[in-house]
Design a protein. Structure first.
Length: 308
């Protein structure tokens, strides 16, 4: 396929009330979290405008899921260009939190980096300040709560302080301050995920949905799975062929979902009206297979992919 048919879908309508309050935010210090699956689509221009000149750090999460050949921050030159384009003072690249050792090297850099930025900013570095409160903000389901918990484990050797989940909307309100460091005394504040009031186009919204930033049922697992397949083929990312035991890449989603349903045992019973009455027939559950396809992508089981 040379282009994808979005079938008139509009994914720009998911905009809970708390997102309208983004321009009203007045945090002094901010950690801005973004996902490397969608380094461009995941940027919120309204959020950047609200932050203004306040010190903030960009943390690109889930680096181990992104295609190293397409990452804008995979090289030193790429990082410099990213900072200049987004008006940021620094950037951290962080893999998923698979284990205590797997993310500690990068996560340990975040708190000292924030402290240095605050110390270098006379407007926010005052002698009477004994602690810092920092908002952690970003698109839904990008890993804000996981970041807070990982920093808390690393610096205080304490367990979870905020709930995490694999879908958007787990954090529904701005939470109380959570201590993550003693020297300097630093608190992080978890916040609900925020999207811009209007997405640039339907494709940007679809990328956000495929990565889990928009609830699946609002867009439809069927069209999301089809768009994901289209993107994988377009980028010649054919890891799904071997993963699902296909003989060759497929340009249509039905053969892929059929293989997923058979491999995962995703079936459903439906009633069929016959001349002798209703008969229960077992068929493949394609919506469930589409959900499994999306889950495999989000978990990195189909290879390292960057949608932007």
């Amino acid at each position: 396929r040379q282009r994808f048919d979005f079938r008139g879908r509009d994914v720009a309508s998911w905009f809970p009330g708390h997102m309208a309050k983004v321009p009203c935010l007045t945090p002094v210090h901010t950690i801005l979290l973004n996902g490397t699956h969608i380094p461009l689509s995941g940027c919120n221009p309204v959020l950047r405008e609200a932050l203004g000149i306040r010190p903030h750090v960009l943390v690109l999460n889930k680096m181990d899921l992104a295609d190293p050949q397409r990452q804008p921050v995979s090289t030193r030159a790429g990082r410099a260009g990213w900072l200049a384009a987004h008006g940021l003072q620094s950037v951290c690249c962080k893999p998923r939190c698979k284990s205590h050792l797997g993310f500690s090297c990068v996560s340990l850099q975040i708190i000292p980096l924030v402290a240095r930025l605050l110390g270098d900013s006379p407007r926010y570095h005052r002698a009477e300040s004994t602690d810092y409160s920092i908002l952690v903000i970003g698109v839904p389901n990008v890993g804000k709560s996981s970041l807070i918990n990982s920093l808390r484990r690393l610096h205080l050797k304490k367990g979870k302080a905020t709930v995490v989940g694999g879908e958007p909307g787990v954090t529904k309100a701005v939470l109380t301050r959570i201590q993550v460091c003693e020297k300097p005394l630093m608190y992080l504040v978890d916040t609900p995920g925020v999207l811009p009031p209007k997405l640039g186009d339907v494709e940007t919204g679809m990328k956000l949905a495929v990565c889990g930033a928009i609830r699946d049922h609002l867009v439809g697992e069927d069209i999301m799975a089809d768009y994901l397949l289209y993107t994988l083929n377009k980028q010649q990312q054919f890891g799904y062929v071997q993963h699902y035991g296909l003989t060759e890449p497929s340009d249509t989603i039905e053969p892929v979902l059929r293989s997923v349903a058979l491999a995962r045992g995703r079936t459903q019973k439906v009633k069929v009206l016959t001349g002798t009455g209703n008969v229960n027939v077992t068929t493949l559950d394609y919506p469930a297979a589409a959900y499994e396809f999306l889950r495999d992508f989000r978990a990195g089981r189909l290879g390292r992919v960057t949608l932007d």
